[in-house]
Design a protein around this ligand. Structure first.
Ligand SMILES: [Zn+2]
Length: 80
């Protein structure tokens, strides 16, 4: 039996763009994110209650690596 969080947090949605993150952390398969280095500074942009709950999607990781300032401008004000 799998354990599920009782909160409504959608673990399959990227916390930044709300897109599908294709995270496999909640299935039996290995997740793609295990082979990708996610910048700590990127996860730190998330509110504490979202950190390590839902996976950030690959396109957001790429966007952040390409242009951090633009990424912050695009996504950060959504959490306010
Ligand atoms: Zn995303």
């Amino acid at each position: 039996m799998k354990l599920f969080m009782t909160t409504i947090t959608d673990q399959k949605a990227c916390p930044f763009c709300k897109g599908v993150n294709q995270c496999m952390a909640y299935s039996d398969q290995a997740c793609w994110c295990e082979n990708v280095e996610i910048p700590t500074s990127l996860t730190e942009l998330l509110p504490l209650h979202l950190q390590r709950k839902s996976c950030i999607c690959l396109s957001c990781i790429n966007a952040y690596n390409e242009n951090k300032e633009q990424f912050k401008a695009d996504f950060l004000d959504l959490s306010n």
